[in-house]
Design a binder for this molecule. Sequence first.
Ligand code: GSH
Length: 209
Amino acid sequence: MADIILHDYFRSTAAWRVRIVLALKGVDYIHAKVNLLEGAHRTPAYRALNPQGVVPTLEIDGLVLTQSLAIIDYLDARFPEPPMVPKDPAARARVLAKALVIAADIHPINNLRVLRYIQGELGADEAARDGWIAQWIGEGFTALETMAKADGARFLSGDTPGIADACLIPQLFNARRFHVPVEAYPTLLAIETEAMAVPAFAGTHPDRV
Ligand SMILES: N[C@@H](CCC(=O)N[C@@H](CS)C(=O)NCC(=O)O)C(=O)O
């Protein structure tokens, strides 16, 4: 098999999702670092790989894949064990809903280019920016806490870690990075403790890459 290359930035929560899934599946890869703070993701060379100019991008099987959840879906089809999404249709829908609370509703309005826009174009100061972040993480985590508590499972994806956990653990890291209080989400924190005991989560933490 040709080399698998993950284009990644250590603190990118979307890229960390993919690192977690590659590690859970035991897939080896080469790490290509893309420094977001230096604008490496906006160069023509990187945009030729990823027209959106964001990380992650995964080169695999002669393909160039973008969008973390699409990449995870590909990896799940290509390396089926362990599965990232349950087979049962109802359980599958619930797990994907939890993943999407983060990937579709929390993350997109809190990433670097949005934060730069509200500060640069709209004139928000640092306190206003942090208030924005806390508002949307808080709203999403409140819903997720209710969903996770109702499911009562060990992980957000069920009895074993999967796609929703690969979204949750990086988002909790990001919340703390921006001083968003997380004590109000005991079920999510218990899931985080379980996940961080799994090497695929701890070993791919931004401090370790
Ligand atoms: N929905 C995309 C989001 C990708 C994304 O926004 N990545 C962030 C890092 S977490 C990024 O590259 N941001 C660069 C920027 O906003 O300028 C995915 O899941 O892959």
